[in-house]
Structure formats: structure tokens, C-alpha cells
Ligand binder design. Structure first.
Ligand code: SF4
Length: 258
């Protein structure tokens, strides 16, 4: 499944980025979307006082922490880029909201107090501007940017903007194989229906697959009936195994040939 990644960026000081992220996550979750988040932190998350630090220093490739309410994984050699980290996220996320990473080209929402806060921010793919700057017309005028201006507590309005962007982006990625699994005769027909507000681009089960196949790191596109075939074969085998739960939500299968 594909996730729409959005960065919430602004100056380092307290301008309301986390409040905006909280509002987005809450509103997206209430609409039934699966949401993940990433927070860019300077320095180190672990610390020499912690046992996990000692485990890693001793040479563990990966260490985990489990409490009653959460689990955390720390890699010895962490993914060095946002993309590498996102590749380790579950594939069933509709949205990943990233707090930070102001230089990335991902779609972004800027949270700012004043026009000067936009210095050093990559302004490509800007979805909206938010923060206290919204209440300062003279600062907004200095920016001369043609993007929606949204208050920090207008989570629903922001989510509408995100959804509209996500639909447009994913429509442009429809595979063009006209497999009809979405109920439309062609990808173009689904694209037209999405533009008219009559369909959701996530109806394309080839793009938003429920069966993921990647070979040596390359995702393989499968038509709906091929996904059904894979699912039926794997389920047939799995159901014959001992200790398999009655109700199965997700199956991960990796085959190493070397
Ligand atoms: S399911 Fe996807 S690939 Fe198949 S026709 Fe619909 S839009 Fe095209």
C-alpha cells in the first residue's frame, strides 16, 4: 500500500508544529485512515545511562524495548535518510506525517510566526501555511506565496487539503493496465471519476495493493486477480499449519534464495 508523506516544518523554536501534527493525526484517524508519524530529533534519542545503549555498544545489531503500552526499536546502524526509515514502516499506512526535515521535497505544511521563519525551508510542494503568522496580514504579504492559509486548530480543513493533494498525486500514478479490478473499464475512467469527486483513487487495488511482492527490493505490480491468486495459495498453505490463529489479519512472508 502507498502512503502519502507530508512534512510539517518551521523554525526550531516552539511555533506549534507538534500541535498541528496532533490535530492532523487525530482528524485523519477519525476519518478511518491509518497514520504513522516521524519526528526529527537532533542529537541522540538513546543515552549512555540506558541499558539499550549498553546493548548497542556491545555490538547488538538491533535492540528492542517493550513496556506494557509501547515498544521501541533501536538500530545499531540506523537508516541514514528519511526514505530509508520510511521503507521500514508498515505498508498499510495511508499517511505518514513527518515533523521536521525542512529541506525535503515532500509535500509540506509550514508553521511559522513571521515571514523570516521561512528562510532555509524548501518551498517546493507547499500545501499550506499555518501558525501565528496566519493572524499577521503584514507578514503574510511579505511572503507573496499563493497557497492556502490555515489556522493551527483547523485540522479538518488541513485534512481536506491533504486528501485533495493525495488523490491528485495518486491519480497520476495509476498503472494504466486497465485491469477493471476497481469497477471501472480503464484507469482513465477511474481518474475521471476521481476528478469529478465520484470515486476514491484508493479503489485501484493494483496501486493500493493488499498483497505486496518485492523481489530484491523492487516492488512488483500485480493485477487484482494475481493478488487474489497469491492470497488463495498462501492462505491454503497457512491454514494447514499447526498453531495458526483462527482469525488472521496480516501475513508477512520473506523467501531468501541465497
Ligand atoms: S484497478 Fe487500477 S489498474 Fe485496474 S483499471 Fe482500475 S485504476 Fe486501472
Amino acid at each position: 500500500m502507498r502512503s502519502y508523506v507530508v512534512c510539517v516544518v518551521g523554525p526550531k523554536r516552539n511555533v506549534g508544529k507538534t500541535t498541528l501534527v496532533e490535530g492532523l493525526v487525530k482528524n485523519l484517524t477519525e476519518r478511518g485512515f491509518h497514520v504513522g508519524t516521524v519526528k526529527h530529533v537532533h542529537g541522540t534519542f538513546d543515552s549512555p545511562k540506558k541499558d539499550t545503549w549498553k546493548h548497542i555498544q556491545a555490538g547488538a545489531l538491533i535492540t528492542g524495548v517493550i513496556t506494557e503500552s509501547e515498544s521501541v526499536t533501536i538500530w545499531n546502524k540506523p537508516p541514514q535518510t528519511l526514505e530509508a526509515l520510511l521503507n521500514k514502516f508498515p505498508r498499510n499506512l495511508d499517511y505518514v506525517i513527518v515533523e521536521g526535515f525542512r529541506k525535503m521535497v515532500h509535500p509540506k505544511i509550514i508553521v511559522a510566526d513571521a515571514a523570516e521563519d521561512l528562510e532555509n525551508i524548501n518551498l517546493e510542494n507547499l500545501i499550506a501555511i499555518s501558525g501565528r503568522i496566519v493572524e499577521k496580514p503584514e507578514e503574510l504579504k511579505k511572503l507573496d506565496l499563493d497557497v492556502p492559509v490555515v489556522k493551527i486548530n483547523e485540522g479538518e480543513k488541513l485534512v481536506n487539503l491533504l486528501e485533495s493533494r493525495a488523490q491528485t498525486i495518486f491519480v497520476n500514478q495509476l498503472p494504466g493496465i486497465d485491469c477493471k479490478s476497481c469497477g471501472y473499464d480503464s484507469c482513465e475512467d477511474l481518474a475521471r471519476a476521481v476528478s469529478a469527486g465520484e470515486a476514491d483513487v484508493r479503489q485501484c487495488i493494483t496501486l493500493f495493493t493488499k498483497v505486496d511482492l518485492s523481489i530484491d527490493g523492487k516492488n512488483i505490480v500485480m493485477k487484482g486477480f494475481v493478488q487474489d491468486l497469491f492470497k488463495a495459495v498462501v492462505m491454503g498453505v497457512v491454514k494447514e499449519l499447526k498453531a495458526v490463529p483462527e482469525k488472521i489479519r496480516e501475513i508477512d512472508l520473506q523467501i531468501r534464495l541465497e
